[in-house]
Design a protein around this ligand. Structure first.
Ligand SMILES: N[C@@H](CCC(=O)N[C@@H](CS)C(=O)NCC(=O)O)C(=O)O
Length: 125
């Protein structure tokens, strides 16, 4: 018996290393999208960020050798198991639904600007 998040596949030590790695990626990029290549919700989020001109880092978990571990680490960290799992300015935003909702509320662009994922004062041309 372990915590509700324990996973028989991974040791506690492995999970700590993987969680540290995930946190390092999140803290060193304005926007991070943990994604899967075949996931339509992920495609939608990546499309939107591209349309908004944002710089973002994508990690396709289905193409990473430790993708399952990273997904487990994200679950322990964010309580979210599904992809996309999106972070802006080091803050957990959530999945596709959350990102689209923030956009509809007019909150996404300011968040992206605050995180320097898009220029705050774009030069007039
Ligand atoms: N409501 C979620 C839906 C996300 C979702 O269902 N993602 C699927 C992939 S398309 C998923 O993560 N399934 C579990 C898995 O791939 O491990 C959102 O808006 O992000």
């Amino acid at each position: 018996m372990g915590s509700m998040f324990s996973s028989p596949q991974f040791t506690k030590e492995q999970m700590e290393i993987t969680l540290t790695k995930a946190k390092q990626i999140v803290s060193s990029n304005p926007v991070v999208v943990f994604s899967k290549t075949y996931c339509g919700y992920c495609t939608r989020v990546k499309q939107l960020l591209s349309q908004l001109g944002a710089t973002f880092k994508v990690i396709e978990l289905d193409q990473e050798s430790d993708g399952d571990e990273v997904q487990q680490a994200l679950l322990e960290w964010t309580r979210q198991r599904t992809v996309p799992n999106v972070f802006i300015g080091g803050e957990h935003v959530g999945g596709c639904d959350s990102v689209l909702e923030k956009h509809q509320q007019g909150k996404l662009l300011p968040m992206l600007k605050d995180a320097a994922a898009i220029p705050n004062n774009p030069a007039k041309v």
